[in-house]
Structure formats: C-alpha cells, structure tokens
Design a protein around this ligand. Structure first.
Ligand SMILES: C[S@@+](CC[C@H](N)C(=O)[O-])C[C@H]1O[C@@H](n2cnc3c(N)ncnc32)[C@H](O)[C@@H]1O
Length: 377
C-alpha cells in the first residue's frame, strides 16, 4: 500500500472517530457515518484493519463523547444500527474502564460478523452490457479489480479507459470464462495494461494489432511496434512472460483456426478499422476464432448526442455490431445510463486529459464507451 493511500485511510478513520463522538445533531451524525461506512473506501479500511500488525490512530474519539457508556451506545447505533445488548454494553464499558481504547471498540464492532453481514447485503450494480457506468465505482468487487490493475480507484480519477479494463475482467469472471486454463485473444491490443494482468491469471494471451500507421505516434503510441520486440518494457507490473505473445495482425483477418479461444476481446479499437464494414468484419472474425460457449467482449464508441463522427458509432450501428449470426448478447444493453446521470462532456480537442472522463466530445458529437458481452453459440 502506498503512503498516499495510507494517509487517506488514516484521515478517513480519524473522521469517523470525530463524527461518532461529536456534537453533530444525531440525525446528521447518523447520515454522515452511514455514508462513510457504506463507501468502498471504508471497505478498504476494513481490510486494512484485519491485518494484525495494524497500528491505529486513536485520537481520543471526540472529547465531546461524554461517558464511555454514551460512546458505546453511539458506536452501536452508527455501526450496527441498533442499541447495544446488555452483554455488549457491559463488555465494552469494562474494556474501556480497564484501559482499552475507543478506537479498539470501533474496530471490534467493524470487524464483527454482524457488521460483515450488514455490509455484505449492500446492493451493487452488476450490469455487464452497458455504457461506461459511474455506478461501478460503488461496487467493491469491481473496484478491487481496478486496484489490482494498479489503477486509481477514486471517483475524481474516473475514466472510461480503466473502466473498460476492469469491466472486461469483471464480466468475463461473472460469465465463468476467466479460468486458469483459458486462452484469450485481444484485437487492436496495442500494449494495453490489461494484457499483462490477464497473463498472470490465464493460460495464454495473444495480443494482436497492426502495429503500423498513425498509431505508432499519436495519443499514447498504442500502436508502438517496439512491444513486439520488448514486451516487458511496456509491462505495468511483473508478469508471466511465457503466457503473453504479441503478434502483428490485421483484426479483419485473424490468422487463427476456428474455435481456438475462450475469450476474444477488443477495447477502443474497432472504430478505427474502416467504419462499420471494418468493425463488422472484425466481429465476424472474432466470433469465428471463439469456441462455442466462448465470450466476445467489445468496448467501442457510442454516440449519445449529435452527428456521427468518423470514429464513433450511432446506437443503431452498435445494434448491428451486436446482432451477428452465431453470437448472442448475454443481456440487453443498458443504454440509459446517461439519462440518469448529469454530466459535462470532456472536450477531447481542448482538454484530453481532464478527469472525470466518462463522456467526451469531438465538437457536437458527444459519446462514451459501450461494453458488449456476447456468447458464441
Ligand atoms: C486507440 S488504440 C487502442 C489500443 C488498446 N486496445 C488500448 O485500449 O490501449 C487502437 C489500436 O488499434 C490498432 N489498429 C488499427 N487498425 C487495426 C486493424 N485493422 N487491425 C488491428 N489493429 C488495428 C492500432 O494500431 C492501435 O493500437
């Protein structure tokens, strides 16, 4: 854990102490504590607390939290949503009287089975086929995947690129195809970090890309052909080198036998393969190299508003891409995400690196990522 994260955790912990023991009006105190307790950051704090070597801050839990008994009552109400039972009250009050800390009491309650049960029933967004969805930043399992990729998990850093990587893994796991013995092909792969993550989790990963033309130099040089010679130079973390191979190949003509892979995916690429005809040809090829029951994952550009732009697809074109022989969407696409969120599109010409970066625009064309999961029939 980096020192930045540690500092964050400590201040969150301190804040919780302060709120539970402060003079904030009870209704507000409860609401504030609830928000913290239900947050993914608090989930992270809990894992941290489970480490036996954990040294905690105990700043005295609010000089205003009158008596030890008053404190235990507030802690029970805030964390377990109920008054303390007689035994619990007696136990914690005597722990405090014999020198135990208030921080220790809070930690015990948070690590209790009762708290675990309460926390584990929090509803989480589990949709797979959808527009890049901010709700995923409230899904603890999904956030764990994001972190395991070494990517920032805070909401201000929200970005559709990390979303695509985490959603790919989350979806393949949910569909049962991300297994130790799985074979995966990525199309228009560049040197995307998720390749290295997959190499650490499955049997074989083949990254394919043309590695030529404009992509050698533009944006983050995704099409840099150096990755063919020195893949390790692009690795964001140590990886199993024997599991990952980079090949120069056009996505519209994959040089693999039918039924070779469990997963075929392509992220932020097919919109650059020659419009809808190029994208359709690529999806057909990806379907061909999948075994029956295998999963095809596509992340591409979906126009929310305005005219079509050459490297984006209108909703009806996305429907055509998804509706191909031998493939079936695993669920209907949730295309309504941005009807329930307010957003300001990031202007890709003026501030391409601005975050949050979920909805973007080229002039009047406002678009986002759509993720599709299709089963090979
Ligand atoms: C925006 S980049 C995305 C790279 C990578 N998937 C990622 O998410 O970082 C688009 C990639 O598509 C590749 N590409 C363009 N046309 C292609 C084609 N016909 N076949 C395979 N790859 C192609 C480019 O070389 C480039 O690496």
């Amino acid at each position: 854990m980096s020192s930045f994260e540690l500092r964050d955790l400590l201040s969150l912990e301190e804040e919780l102490w302060r709120m539970l023991g402060s003079d904030v009006a009870p209704g507000h105190r409860r609401a504030l504590a609830s928000r913290i307790i239900g947050s993914p950051e608090f989930d992270k704090l809990r894992s941290f607390w489970r480490e036996p070597s954990r040294v905690t801050l105990d700043p005295g839990v609010g000089p205003t939290a009158s008596t030890d008994e008053g404190f235990v009552r507030v802690a029970y109400a805030g964390l377990l949503c109920r008054p303390p039972d007689e035994n619990g009250l007696r136990h914690y009050v005597s722990t405090l009287a014999s020198g135990g800390t208030r921080g220790g009491v809070l930690r015990s309650l948070v690590l209790s089975e009762e708290f675990e049960r309460r926390f584990s029933v929090l509803p989480q967004d589990t949709q797979l086929c959808e527009l890049a969805n901010p709700a995923k930043w409230d899904n603890a399992e999904w956030l764990d995947i994001l972190r395991s990729l070494g990517l920032a998990d805070d909401k201000l850093s929200m970005h559709r690129k990390p979303y695509e990587f985490a959603q790919l893994i989350y979806g393949c796991r949910a569909l049962g195809v991300l297994r130790d013995d799985a074979s995966i092909v990525s199309v228009g792969a560049g040197h995307e970090p998720v390749l290295y993550w997959l190499a650490n989790h499955v049997h074989r990963v083949i990254a394919t890309d043309i590695y030529e033309g404009v992509w050698r130099d533009v944006q983050s040089r995704e099409g840099d052909p150096d990755v063919l010679r020195t893949p390790e130079a692009f690795a964001p973390f140590p990886y199993r080198r024997d599991r990952l191979t980079f090949l120069r190949m056009d996505g519209r003509h994959l040089a693999f036998r039918d039924g070779s892979f469990d997963i075929a995916y392509s992220l932020s690429s097919i919109e650059h393969f020659g419009g809808l005809p190029g994208a359709m040809a690529t999806v057909r090829e990806m379907a061909r190299v999948l075994r029956p029951g295998g999963v095809l994952v596509l992340g591409t550009e979906y126009v929310l508003e305005g005219p079509r732009h050459e490297e984006t697809f209108l909703p009806e074109e996305i429907a055509q891409l998804a509706n191909q022989p031998g493939l079936e969407l695993v669920q209907p696409i949730d295309e309504t995400v941005y009807r329930r969120y307010s957003y300001t599109p990031v202007d890709l010409y003026q501030s391409p690196y601005l975050t949050p970066h979920m909805v973007v625009r080229f002039n009047d064309t406002v678009f986002t990522t759509v993720m599709l999961f299709l089963r090979r029939l």
